[in-house]
Design a protein around this ligand. Structure first.
Ligand SMILES: NC(=O)c1ccc[n+]([C@@H]2O[C@H](COP(=O)([O-])OP(=O)(O)OC[C@H]3O[C@@H](n4cnc5c(N)ncnc54)[C@H](O)[C@@H]3O)[C@@H](O)[C@H]2O)c1
Length: 260
């Protein structure tokens, strides 16, 4: 594992799930972290890190607003005077079912949080980042192809993938890397309704059966990928989106009879 001592990381959407797991892992590996979220429970994330001997500050804000992004950037600068890593991770599904009648305002709210959110975070943090800095955005396998999420959510995550690619080009020559992770099904507060429903029906064993590893993932497994992308070990990786999905996005939807 890389040593992040002396580095400062901002993590959005860190009240739980992938954001909290990543903040904890970065802090365990020496980073000072600023964790931001709409929910007050982001304070618990910071407290967990401090209790474990790490350095963390929480910012309760809407991360998809200019004011919110300015607030977490200011907090990082107040704490350590630098920003080395930005993990733009906050997101919502806007409902788990595919619908053909989604009202415009609901569609745009998903776009605002999932796509504008990373943009404002990056725009505000970039002027404070130096060569060697790393930005990671949370996309989703739902942004790669259809069938893994609701329509506005999938479209917003496809946008995140292109945001990563477009910014990689725009950052040419600056020594700042930008990449993304595309999680598959991960057990977090976002997917809790699905997990709860499966458990209630005694069908927990069915979760994740569509992917070759045949299980759902844990937030820590995504956090490990984020840390690698943030680290010098990924020093020549730019503009890529790494799927962390048990192999879901590697396959076509045929049942491989030979492997059952
Ligand atoms: N869990 C999965 O299966 C899965 C799969 C693919 C992608 N993702 C993505 O991973 C990211 C993290 O999700 P998670 O699964 O850990 O679920 P989560 O619900 O625990 O995390 C999302 C966090 O974002 C916060 N948030 C939402 N809107 C916000 C806003 N405007 N400002 C600040 N914070 C806001 C929420 O309060 C929440 O804490 C999301 O972008 C999600 O789309 C999750």
């Amino acid at each position: 594992m890389q040593d992040f001592t002396g580095k400062t990381a901002i993590i959005t959407g860190a009240a739980g799930g992938i954001g909290r797991a990543t903040a904890r892992l970065l802090a365990e590996n020496g980073a000072s972290v600023v964790v931001a979220d709409l929910q007050d429970s982001v304070e618990d994330t910071a407290a967990l890190i401090r209790d474990a001997g790490g350095h963390a500050r929480a910012v309760v804000t809407d991360c998809a607003t200019d004011a919110g992004a300015k607030a977490f950037v200011a907090a990082a600068l107040e704490e350590t005077g630098r920003i080395d890593i930005l993990f733009a991770n906050a997101g919502i599904t806007g409902g788990l079912l595919p619908r053909l009648d989604t009202p415009s305002e609901d569609f745009m709210e998903v776009m605002r949080i999932n796509l504008l959110g990373p943009w404002v975070a990056i725009r505000e943090a970039l002027p404070q980042m130096k060569a060697g800095g790393a930005i990671i955005c949370t996309a989703s396998v739902a942004g790669l192809r259809a069938g893994a999420g609701p329509i506005p959510y999938s479209a917003s995550k496809a946008g995140v993938i292109n945001l990563v690619q477009s910014l990689a080009m725009a950052l040419s020559g600056r020594g700042i890397r930008i990449n993304g992770v595309a999680p598959g099904l991960i057990e977090t507060p976002m997917t809790a309704p699905l997990y709860d429903a499966a458990r209630a029906k005694g069908r927990e064993g069915k979760i994740g059966q569509l992917n070759p590893l045949r299980r759902g993932g844990q937030p820590e497994e995504v956090a490990e990928a984020v840390l690698w992308l943030a680290s010098d070990a990924a020093s020549y990786v730019q503009g890529q989106v790494l799927s962390v999905d048990g192999g879901l996005s590697a396959q076509l939807p045929f049942t491989p009879k030979w492997s059952s």
